[in-house]
Design a protein around this ligand. Structure first.
Ligand code: GLU
Length: 425
């Protein structure tokens, strides 16, 4: 399908935003929603650009670009992560915010989508600098976020500590403690049990459900995992614990491969001690490109966007791809994989475990009543399985790919609410 023609490029126009927009266009025929509703959903509702000055440890001042894009408030306040990455831009945040809208709608969470971040290389900043960056960024966003307005969460290179600083900064400004302003906080501050593991564990729950439908035994599958952070690292552990053979993993320093199966706990211990997989020499070293082309049953893409593209899609030798990251497969690659009979479990379903437990965290904070780990795990599995089944059945009914079906199901949820509410005034 041709890329949608924008009359005049808008400020958030970017290759990634066009990818998101093309996916929306591809979903519209089967979604059968009013054109006026589709037109509204092509635009983020709000986009905020801020500059974030901080004093570095050497006493010099540096200014970073920060963003927050809120795509839709049709179903509730907006929700989505904050990333610290050198590729953060308005266009990237706009695409990721739109995907968050679909993700929340598909999981039937009462939220619209948002995404934000600061363009920086987090690895080059000290902990003190990251704290100052986070507090100043939060202060710049203060009028735009809030427990009933927009609730941030971790994303690339942000974590529980980042959320603790955001929560403290917001609480200091309001004058009382507001744990429900962010999710993915430390448990001691009102964070939820199982939030840390939720995205990676959710990826494996979705893979398990897919295996059931395909008549495969998870324990017999050979898996490759791109990314060894909060999503890929935990997905690799879950796969390993369930008896599947994880034959390769990678991070920014490259990949490690052992056809006989990797020792995942040993790799985690190594990364804990050394900061990355760099220098791990107890098995074959491979590049990230080689990792994507390894023959395997299940390939988990848990690094970042734009990994499988027209350039390498025909070299992928997996039978099933699970998208732990947001937007790792380009639209051209989707078509190539589809022709090759490779099934793609789409991001808005596969990595939705994170935001689902974020929702549980927000509900627990608002109610000041906390649930057990088993209860959260069971509720997460129930939500993911329900969304998976709706997507699987829609794909079969309409004879469309799973991504398309996930988008159709999500867009219909938002469209139904938007038609009922109407366009203001
Ligand atoms: N950043 C995560 C995502 O892309 C989680 C968002 C959240 O928990 O609000 O889904």
């Amino acid at each position: 399908m041709e890329e949608p023609a924008l009359e005049q490029p808008l400020e958030w126009d970017s290759p990634l935003f066009r990818q998101a927009l093309t996916q929306l266009e591809q979903a519209l025929p089967a979604a059968e929603i009013e054109e006026s509703v589709a037109e509204r959903l092509r635009f983020p509702e709000r986009a905020l650009m801020v500059s974030v000055p901080i004093r570095l440890d050497d006493d010099s001042v540096r200014v970073f670009a920060g963003y927050r894009v809120q795509h839709s408030t049709v179903l509730g306040p907006t929700k989505g992560g904050v990333r610290y990455d050198s590729e953060v831009s308005l266009g990237e945040c706009a695409a990721l915010a739109m995907w968050m809208t679909w993700k929340c709608a598909l999981l039937r969470l009462p939220y619209g989508g948002a995404k934000g971040g600061v363009r920086c290389n987090a690895r080059e900043l000290s902990k003190a600098e990251l704290q100052r960056l986070t507090r100043r960024y939060t202060t710049e966003l203060i009028g735009a976020i809030g427990p009933d307005r927009d609730i941030p969460a971790p994303d690339m290179a942000t974590n529980e500590q980042t959320m603790a600083w955001m929560m403290d900064t917001y609480s200091m400004q309001t004058g009382y403690v507001v744990p429900e302003i962010v999710t993915g906080k430390p448990v001691a501050l009102g964070g939820s049990l199982f939030r840390h593991e939720a995205t990676g564990a959710g990826v494996v729950m979705v893979i398990e459900r897919a295996c059931e439908r395909l008549g495969w035994k998870l324990a017999e599958q050979r898996c490759v995992v791109q990314g060894f952070g909060n999503v890929g690292g935990i997905a690799a552990s879950e796969l390993h614990q369930k008896g599947a053979k994880v034959i390769a993993v990678s991070d920014i320093s490259g990949g490690v491969h052992d056809a006989a199966g990797l020792d995942i706990p040993a790799l985690h211990a190594y990364v804990e001690e050394n900061g990355s997989l760099e220098g791990y020499d107890r098995c074959e070293r491979i590049t990230n490109e080689e990792l994507l082309e390894l023959p395997c049953d299940i390939l988990v893409l848990a690094a970042r966007e734009d990994q499988v593209t027209a350039r390498n899609a025909h070299k992928v030798r997996a039978k099933l791809i699970a998208e732990g990251a947001n937007g790792p497969t380009s639209n051209e690659a989707d078509a190539i994989l589809g022709e090759g009979g490779i099934l793609v479990l789409p991001d808005i379903l596969t990595n939705a475990g994170g935001v689902t437990v974020s929702y549980f965290e927000w509900v627990q904070d608002l109610g000041r009543l906390f649930w057990t780990r088993d209860e959260i795990r069971a509720r997460l599995a129930e939500k993911l399985n329900d969304a998976f089944d709706r997507v699987w059945e829609l794909a079969a009914e309409k004879e469309i790919p799973l991504r398309n079906a996930a988008l159709v199901a999500a867009v219909r949820e938002v469209a139904g609410a938007l038609v009922a509410r109407g366009i203001f005034p």
